[in-house]
Design a protein around this ligand. Structure first.
Ligand SMILES: C[S@@+](CC[C@H](N)C(=O)[O-])C[C@H]1O[C@@H](n2cnc3c(N)ncnc32)[C@H](O)[C@@H]1O
Ligand code: SF4
Length: 432
């Protein structure tokens, strides 16, 4: 990489600086760290895209059996999620959950509602691949309880869609977005750019047509070549030549500027929305809210109400292994760790740097019972980052600048370094 931390999806997961900073002042994240959510992973796809390293498998499956497993996991693990006020959001991600029978999606939503309750205006999103969803199916998903669709359009250029190995063309994608919007649900589009030899006019053409469809939310990702994918292997063999990082970074800036001028503001490294159309679920991840992940490879983050401990977990990734763990009710994770208060604080701080609201160092200190120590420990590093133009400061609140978004991994590394080398480690050990 060329110093730029190029944007790409974060699991369930990157410039007119001054104007964006002014717009951010006074506005607050729509969710907070006390909010809770559920993520449901559906790992099946019609075909595996050559660039994709998500937990996605083009294998046969049984919709009902998978829904039964999810509901069994919910029964077993629901009590681990502290959500006394009900859920702010539910997210069906994949894989391709738009392939799931809406009858089964409804069953899962009802089970989640019965377990926790959904707060007024709770956001319930389903990811959709345009090539897998007949137009009347959007309506059926809405009847099942979905009120937001995140549609994997990627590009509105047929040649690019073929390069990406997508199962749909641009016309199918446009029809899917139109049908989804006609249901009255909120609609977000996933777009990708930075393909070999792609020009700015080609990217612009997709952006203009995508926005003309009336979307108020866009996730814009620079194509990342992941080693363990078909594209990664082709690149290693010299049969796929990626766009140079510098050219991709230039495109990223132009995409950013264009989306901002179209009225969609960046609220996370790769996510843009009209005011009020931000994804509650995305935001909840970045502000340190609690979430229970159900399904193959799903991640959970389960902090205790007093922040003295938290569990982070990943379920078995392979669908067959997950289904076996559901059948014997063990739900054996592939990974699980207990976090102590310093680790929880580090996570909270570093993820907050990914959203335009940043964090309030005084509030952070208070939530961890730092008595001013946390603020004192971080302030020198924060001041340096402000002086370098990576953060802006407004009272106790620090926000990433456009450059800070662009160099988000660097920003996180610098603050992580500060936490790790705290002059007096007791400062952190005492946290909580
Ligand atoms: C789980 S997929 C979304 C839904 C659905 N599976 C689909 O592809 O239409 C999440 C999004 O991540 C993006 N994505 C996946 N792999 C990527 C990669 N290697 N580089 C950049 N973006 C990627 C795509 O925009 C994709 O829509
Ligand atoms: S449809 Fe989506 S999740 Fe499935 S392989 Fe393609 S990009 Fe990955």
């Amino acid at each position: 990489m060329s110093g730029a931390d190029l944007g790409r999806p974060a699991g369930g997961q990157p410039r007119p600086g001054v104007e964006a900073d002014k717009a951010a002042r006074g506005d607050r994240c729509p969710v907070g760290p006390d909010d809770a959510a559920v993520y449901v992973h559906f790992p099946y796809c019609a075909r595996k895209c050559p660039y994709c390293d998500f937990n996605a498998h083009a294998i046969s499956h049984d919709d009902r059996v998978y829904a039964d497993a999810i509901i069994a996991e919910l029964d077993a693990r629901g009590p681990q999620l502290h959500a006394p006020a009900g859920l702010r959001s539910v997210f069906f991600g994949g894989g391709t959950p738009s392939r799931w029978d809406p009858v089964e999606v409804r069953r899962v939503i009802e089970a989640i509602r019965a377990a926790f309750g959904l707060r007024d205006g709770a956001e319930v999103t389903l990811e959709a691949n345009p090539g897998t969803i007949a137009e009347d199916r959007f309506e059926r998903f809405v009847e099942a309880g979905i009120n937001r669709f995140s549609i994997g359009v990627q590009s509105l250029n047929d040649r690019e869609l073929r390069t990406l190995g997508r199962i749909h063309d641009a016309a199918v994608a446009v029809r899917a977005v139109t049908a989804a919007r006609a249901t009255g649900a909120r609609v977000s589009l996933d777009l990708m750019y930075g393909f070999p030899n792609q020009t700015w006019p080609e990217v612009l053409n997709t952006l203009e047509r995508a926005i003309a469809l009336g979307t108020s939310h866009v996730s814009a990702y620079a194509l990342t070549v992941e080693p363990a994918t078909v594209l990664g292997r082709q690149a290693a063999a010299g049969r796929f030549v990626p766009m140079p990082d510098d050219d991709q970074a230039t495109l990223m800036e132009r995409v950013h500027d264009w989306l901002q001028s179209a009225g969609l503001h960046r609220y996370e490294v790769s996510n843009y929305a009209r005011p009020g159309a931000e994804s509650r679920h995305n935001c909840l991840y970045w502000v340190g809210g609690a979430y229970l992940g159900l399904g193959a490879g799903a991640h959970s983050y389960l902090p205790a109400a007093d922040l003295r401990a938290a569990v982070r977990r990943e379920n078995r990734r392979a669908p067959e292994a997950y289904l076996r763990s559901a059948a014997d009710r063990t739900f054996t994770p592939s990974f699980e760790e207990q976090l102590d208060p310093p680790a929880i604080l580090a996570d909270r701080l570093l993820t907050a740097l990914r959203v335009r609201w940043g964090f309030d160092v005084g509030e952070l200190d208070a939530s961890f019972g730092g008595g001013g120590d946390i603020a004192r420990m971080l302030n020198p590093a924060l001041r340096e980052l402000v002086a370098e133009g990576l953060l802006t400061r407004d009272g106790d609140r620090y926000r990433p600048t456009d450059r800070g978004f662009m160099l988000n991994d660097t920003l996180a590394r610098r603050l992580r370094g500060r936490l790790d080398s705290a002059a007096n480690p007791q400062q952190l050990q005492g946290v909580g």
